[in-house]
Design a protein around this ligand. Structure first.
Ligand code: PMP
Length: 452
């Protein structure tokens, strides 16, 4: 077995496509050899198998805000593995999961009091959607089955998350098996009005009125929940206009519709607060989380719900299972122990304050790219930013491959989706590292401008 870890066998297995990679143009990547294989990670850097060091401009996939190989997190994992590596989470539990739930509830906005654990963002979203439908049913309002997502929303790849999601390339192969009764709001970002905005755009709260349009179309009595990312992350940092989320909240409350914030990216400090809902001053009925809670070292996800939702489930017949849902690894002891250490570090180092201090640095640096001929828009909020490039007829896909390649050559790992490059650097980044990252990105863009 050991020889299968051998590097030349790694190259062979890669060229043969043995590892069918997720969200990847496999045929393109498989032929590219070592510079697409990561060997090591430390702090905010990866070292590729060919020896190149690259800056981790997206904290993995938005999930390693404290950097890689943090000794305290590694130690927490080791200790927990020695003490209690696994226990069933059905009809019993363990201290790491229970105390973590209490801790996350304490960090959440007031009123969100109970946590249901899952193992990923996709599972968290599907769990939240099922809770929404179950909640209405238990209250004798079972006609509320419709779910409303948003264009350009990303809520993972389960059937629920995919259906409420708004990314056409993820949906089109499965059009015939989407969940029924799902509709979408328009996305809240209109270039014509808000390009090059810093932080929240001033224009666009009126786009939340789209929800009234859907209520008028379907009737409120058929709608269970609305799910949105407070800041749409995966499709390129689409920032909510001032007042937009407040308006969504008002319309949901008025019509008895549950509001779910998918905070898989924004949760645990990315917006300079524990949750984006606190930054924007809007409290949803449920928050989904994943990624940063364990700093990416082991998977974990979950849903935080209001006491009203929890009590509704708990007021059914005694001794029955109130919610026939859960995962073998819900609240896994290793994930829970690691999450405690991650949250300890975040508290001790006040990473929320650190993010608030880094926000203007990233803002200034990203907006310094204005004027480059390929740049169509720049936007930022919290410790996230995006560069949107002018689309190239027929050639955008080729350019995105080239952007990634040039990034590796310049020393920055780039997350390119379509015409957009997204940034969510680790919270441990220094201002100098952010400046250096954007300098590298400038070089990448200039090289691409020559080519295309
Ligand atoms: N929701 C949001 C907002 C996300 O950004 C993601 C992942 N990028 C998911 C859900 C899905 O998470 P996972 O990949 O862990 O299933």
């Amino acid at each position: 077995m050991n020889e299968l870890k051998n590097e030349s066998l790694c190259a062979l297995a890669m060229s043969e496509g043995r590892n069918w990679m997720p969200f990847t143009a496999n045929r393109l990547v498989n032929g590219r050899g070592d510079h697409r294989v990561v060997a090591l990670a430390k702090g905010p850097y990866y070292t590729m198998a060919d020896g190149r060091t690259v800056f981790d401009s997206l904290s993995g996939l938005w999930c390693t805000p404290l950097g890689h190989g943090h000794p305290r997190i590694v130690e927490a994992l080791r200790q927990q593995a020695e003490t209690l590596d696994f226990a069933p989470g059905f009809q019993m539990t363990h201290a790491p999961a229970v105390t973590l739930a209490a801790r996350i509830a304490r960090m959440a906005p007031d009123g969100l009091e109970h946590v249901f654990f899952a193992n990923s963002g996709s599972e968290a979203v599907d769990t939240a959607l099922k809770i929404a439908i179950g909640f209405h049913k238990l209250r004798g309002d079972g006609g509320r089955f419709r779910l409303i997502g948003r264009e350009r929303g990303y809520h993972g790849v389960g059937f629920g998350g995919m259906s409420v999601g708004g990314i056409v390339s993820n949906r089109k192969m499965f059009a015939t098996v989407m969940m029924p009764g799902v509709d979408h709001l328009r996305h809240p970002y209109d270039h014509a009005h808000v390009a090059f905005s810093k932080g929240q755009p001033e224009w666009g709260a009126c786009l939340a009125d789209d929800l009234e349009r859907l209520v008028a179309l379907h009737d409120a009595s058929t709608i269970a929940a609305v799910i949105v990312e407070p800041v749409q992350g995966s499709t390129g940092v689409l920032v909510p206009p001032i007042g937009y989320l407040q308006k969504l909240r008002e319309i949901c409350t008025k019509h008895g519709i549950l509001l779910i914030f998918d905070e898989v990216i924004t949760g645990f400090g990315r917006m300079g607060e524990n949750f984006a809902s606190q930054r924007f001053g809007v409290t949803p009925d449920m928050i989904t989380f994943a990624k940063a809670v364990t700093n990416g070292i082991v998977p974990m996800g979950g849903v935080i719900v209001t006491s009203e939702i929890y009590k509704t489930f708990m007021s059914g017949p005694e001794s029955a299972i109130e919610f026939a849902h859960g995962y073998t690894y819900s609240g896994h002891p290793l994930a829970a122990a690691v999450a405690h250490t991650v949250l300890d570090i975040m508290e001790e180092e006040d990473t929320n304050a650190r993010v608030r201090a880094l926000e203007p640095v990233l803002e200034e640096e990203v907006h310094s790219l204005r004027g480059l001929s390929s740049v169509k828009d720049l936007r930022n909020i919290g410790f996230t930013a995006a560069i949107e490039l002018s689309p190239l007829p027929e050639k955008s896909a080729l350019r995105s491959v080239q952007l990634f390649e040039y990034g590796l050559q310049e020393g920055v790992l780039l997350r390119v989706t379509g015409d957009t490059i997204s940034f969510g650097p680790p919270f441990i980044s220094t201002p100098d590292q952010i400046r250096e990252m954007i300098q590298k990105v400038r070089n990448v863009l200039l090289r691409c401008e020559e080519d295309f």
